[in-house]
Design a protein around this ligand. Structure first.
Ligand code: PFF
Length: 455
C-alpha cells in the first residue's frame, strides 16, 4: 500500500480539512442552493436536501476519501488499481472517466458564473447599487448576461486564476488562502443574515426555508426530490473524484470520519446562512424566489445598495464569493490534471494548461447560451442550464452509486476497516457500512426511478 502521492501531500490534517471545505463551499452553497430551493418552493426541498446530505452525502464522502487515500493516484488510476487488488473488473476505472467528464462540464459553466461574481465586485465598487430597487437590480443583471464579450473576459480571468494554482500543485498555497479567507466569508455571511433580519422580511424568509409545504413539493415531486439530492452531491463535491483526489493527498494516520463531519457540517451551514441572507430580501423587495440562476445577483445588490457601507460590503462579498468559487474550481480541474501527469507524462504546467484551455472553450458555449445562442435549447434548457442540471442531478449521483457499491460491496471489508480505523464491533463503522451498502445506493436509485416516472 502506497503511503504518499506523487502529486504532493497535505501538510497536516487541518490542511486537508481546509482544502476539502474549500472544494465543498463555493457557488453551490451561495448561488445554487438559494436559486434551486426557490425554484422548488422552499421548505420541503430544504428538508429533503438536508436528509440527502446526512444519509447519502456523508457516507459517500467517507467512501470517496477512503478510496482516494487507498489508491493514492488520480481517480482513474486509483479505481483501476483498487479494482485489480480486489479481483474485480478493470471497468471500474470508468468511474474515474465519468468523473473527469463531470468535472469538465461543471467547470465550464462554473467558471462563467464565477465570472459574474468578479464582474459584480466592480459593479459594487463603482457604487452602481446605491439606492436601487429590485427592478433596477434585475436590469443590471440582464445587461451583464446579454454581453458575451464581458462574460468572456471574466470567464477567461477566472480560468487563468484556476490554472495558475493547479499548475503549481494544489498542496502548496491553497491552505494558506483558505485558512484566512474562508472564515472571513463566513463572518460576512453572518453580517448579511443580521442585515436581512433587520431590513428584510425575516419571518417570511425563515418560514419559506424551514416550513415544509409538501403540497408544493407534490406538484412536481420527482424532479424536486431529484434536484434536492443533486444539490447535496454538487454542494459536497461528491461523485466525480474531486474529494477522492483530495483524499489521496491525506496522510494515512488522519481519521476520515471526523473530518467528514466537519466538512459536511460547514458546507451545510454556509448554504443555510446564504438562504437566510437572501430570502428575507427577496420577500421584502417583492422579487420572485423562483427567478432562477440570477437570484442572488438580483437580490443582494438591493441589500448592498441600502445598507450602511454597502459598497464596501458588496465588494468584499463578491470578492470572497469569487474566492470560494476559485477553491472549488481548483478541485474540479485537479483529477484531469493528475491523470494527464500520471498517464501522459506531462509536466503539471502543461497538463493544467491543456485541461484549462479545453474547459475554457466549452465555457464559451455556456456563456453564449445566455445571449447569442439563447434560441438553442435541449429539453427546454440552454447549454449552461443543461450542463448544470445534467451534472448535478444525473452524473454526480450516478458516480455516487458506483462509489457506494465499490466501497461497500467490492472492496474487501478488511481494507475499509483498516482505512476507517475501525476496531471489532465499532458502532460507527457498522452504521457507515449499512448506509454505504444499502441506504445510499438504494435511495439514489429510487430517486432516479421516481424522477423518470417509473415508481
Ligand atoms: N462543491 C462546489 C460548490 O458547492 O460550489 C462545486 C463542486 C466542486 C462540485 C467540486 C463538484 C466538485 F467535484
Amino acid at each position: 500500500m502506497q503511503t504518499t502521492s506523487m502529486h504532493g501531500m497535505w501538510s497536516s490534517r487541518l490542511a486537508f480539512i481546509f482544502a476539502a471545505t474549500g472544494s465543498a463551499v463555493g457557488l453551490g452553497n451561495i448561488w445554487r442552493f438559494p436559486y434551486t430551493a426557490g425554484e422548488y418552493g422552499g421548505g420541503a426541498f430544504v428538508l429533503v436536501y438536508l436528509l440527502c446530505v446526512a444519509a447519502i452525502g456523508v457516507p459517500i464522502m467517507i467512501a470517496e476519501i477512503m478510496l482516494g487515500r487507498r489508491g493514492r493516484q488520480s481517480p482513474i488510476n486509483s479505481m483501476r488499481a483498487l479494482a485489480e487488488q480486489a479481483g474485480a473488473s478493470r471497468a471500474w476505472q470508468l468511474l474515474g472517466w465519468m468523473g473527469i467528464l463531470s468535472g469538465f462540464l461543471i467547470l465550464s459553466f462554473y467558471s462563467v458564473i464565477a465570472g459574474w461574481t468578479l464582474a459584480y465586485v466592480f459593479r459594487a465598487g463603482a457604487g452602481l447599487f446605491e439606492g436601487i430597487d429590485g427592478a433596477a437590480s434585475e436590469a443590471i443583471f440582464s445587461a451583464l448576461v446579454a454581453d458575451p464579450e464581458r462574460l468572456l473576459a471574466w470567464h477567461t480571468v477566472f480560468m487563468v486564476l484556476v490554472v495558475m494554482v493547479v499548475a503549481r500543485g494544489v498542496a502548496s498555497g491553497l491552505e494558506m488562502a483558505v485558512r484566512v479567507l474562508m472564515p472571513t466569508l463566513f463572518l460576512l455571511l453572518v453580517v448579511m443574515v443580521l442585515y436581512a433580519s433587520q431590513a428584510g422580511d425575516f419571518a417570511a424568509g425563515l418560514s419559506y426555508l424551514f416550513t415544509p409545504d409538501f403540497g408544493e413539493l407534490r406538484a412536481n415531486a420527482g424532479d424536486a426530490i431529484l434536484s434536492a439530492m443533486g444539490q447535496a452531491f454538487f454542494s459536497l463535491s461528491l461523485g466525480m473524484g474531486a474529494i477522492m483526489i483530495y483524499g489521496s493527498y491525506l496522510s494515512s494516520h488522519a481519521s476520515i470520519g471526523g473530518n467528514v463531519a466537519i466538512i459536511a457540517g460547514m458546507d451545510t451551514l454556509v448554504a443555510l446562512l446564504a438562504g437566510l441572507a437572501i430570502f428575507p430580501i427577496v420577500f421584502a423587495q417583492g422579487l420572485e424566489p423562483s427567478s432562477g440562476p440570477g437570484l442572488i445577483f438580483q437580490t443582494l445588490p438591493v441589500a448592498f445598495g441600502q445598507m450602511p457601507f454597502g459598497a464596501f460590503f458588496g465588494v468584499l462579498f463578491f470578492l470572497l464569493l469569487a474566492f470560494a468559487a476559485w477553491t472549488s474550481a481548483i478541485s474540479l480541474l485537479e483529477p484531469m490534471v493528475a491523470y494527464l501527469v500520471e498517464n501522459k507524462g506531462f509536466s503539471r504546467v502543461r497538463a493544467a494548461l491543456l485541461a484549462g484551455v479545453a474547459v475554457w472553450l466549452l465555457g464559451i458555449a455556456c456563456l453564449l447560451s445566455l445571449n447569442a445562442w439563447a434560441g438553442f435549447t435541449v429539453f427546454g434548457k440552454g447549454i449552461l442550464d443543461l450542463f448544470d442540471y445534467l451534472t448535478a442531478n444525473v452524473l454526480l449521483p450516478l458516480g455516487g452509486i458506483f462509489i457506494a457499491i465499490f466501497a461497500g460491496w467490492v472492496l474487501d471489508e478488511t481494507v475499509s476497516r483498516d482505512e476507517l480505523s475501525a476496531t471489532n464491533g465499532a458502532v460507527l463503522y457498522r452504521i457507515w457500512r449499512g448506509l454505504i451498502r444499502w441506504l445510499a445506493p438504494v435511495c439514489v436509485i429510487l430517486v432516479f426511478l421516481n424522477a423518470v416516472g417509473l415508481i
